[in-house]
Design a protein around this ligand. Sequence first.
Ligand code: ADP
Length: 457
Amino acid sequence: MIKLTKNQILSWTSGENNFKDYNPKIANVVTDSRKIQENDCYIAIKGENFDGNDFIEQAINNKASVILSNRQSSNKEVITVEDTVIALGSIAKNYLMQFDIKKLAVTGSSGKTTTKDMLYYVFNEHFSTHRTDGNYNNEIGLPLTALNIDKGYEAAIFEMGMSALGEIDYLAQIVRPNIAIITNIGSCHIEILKSQENIFKAKMEISNYLNNDDYLIVNGDDKYLTSLSENEYKFNLIKYGFGEECQLRASDYKAVDGQSEFWVTGMGINRRFTLPAIGLHNVSNALSAIAAGLIYKIPTEKIQAGLMKFQPSKLRMQILEKNNIKYINDSYNANPESMEAVITSFESYARGRKIAILGDMLELGEFSVAAHERIGRLASEKFDLVFFIGSQMKHAFDNFSTDENTDKRKYHFIDNNIAIEEIKRIIKYGDTILLKGSRGMKLDEIFSALTDDNMEG
Ligand code: ADP
């Protein structure tokens, strides 16, 4: 699909190139030198391991029609710019402005990908919708997502990630969303941002370019987001959640056969919804998608039908029954908020002994000890038996109270392999087991070891 010309790129990036009469059309914009095809625009980016500028000759051989580089060149294809990442952003921004489509953007400490996917299914029932692929949510992935939009689309959903102040502002000025969603304010990246207030401030940057008719949709159960007041902003504000004061409220949550059932009230509706994923946090994510759908007047039957198409990704609340043991594998990642969300709603789908395998929540810096201690206390209210894994989980272990009368038990391991042997010995038919920890803790290895083997006994 031919979507851009070289001279457009030249004017949008204020780059340098002396071949004014050379104005080829561009089929695709790529940053991966291995994927360059004829008529593509290759943007050379310096990464951690490779410098894309070293592949300019290869790009010319592969018939790229335009190349953006920070190096000077006498080749007609090469446009020289100061910063190729900024140039990519500027191309995406100007490209996107050509389309009259509904633009939605999602950020938050956890639940971004889930919410983005739920929004996609809801919107795609009614509008032809484009979405961020996987978690292409940074200063390179987001512009590439924008550049994949074409005339056929009526709506686009963008995921926005960040690790420092200013990053969401940068992404938001490219997209200029009509609806911005914040799922929660957690403590991810607190090592860089120093305080949760700063994280709050950073996430709020998603609203920087909203106009009067636009909407900010936020999780009203979140300590920080609940404090927002519509009077302070020119745009519309919608809060969703379980709390009374939310404009879109969920209640009567039940987990049945791996699905959530819940009642939704507000924004002109009052009806039951079913979601093929469990956990209160997923209901919360679904509420934001319902709110956005209602703003664009998507009929509730279609919103429900769209939500039914949502599939939780691998390692996110994945349910598996093996040898009559029920596993809930949420080992994709963990931070204090997601850990708490999953532990709190565990009992609604547990039967038999309630067991957890909990791994360290990483990158919490000076907040780590207190966060793990809190999880230890919460876990002792909710589980019969917990295997704590990792050096930080020792603090949780120390705060998990075992009471001889109630038969509660706890174990602590540093090494996954030793843990696997012990866990295999202790778990038995009828148990329900939750696995959750940061990605680096590799709890998926434990999950595989427990579920791949044939257990004895
Ligand atoms: P992200 O894209 O922000 O990393 P994901 O949608 O991939 O988030 O979900 C990652 C994990 O975060 C899930 O497995 C779940 O444990 C947790 N999670 C998802 N949504 C929420 C939420 N709204 N609140 C708290 N935790 C959540």
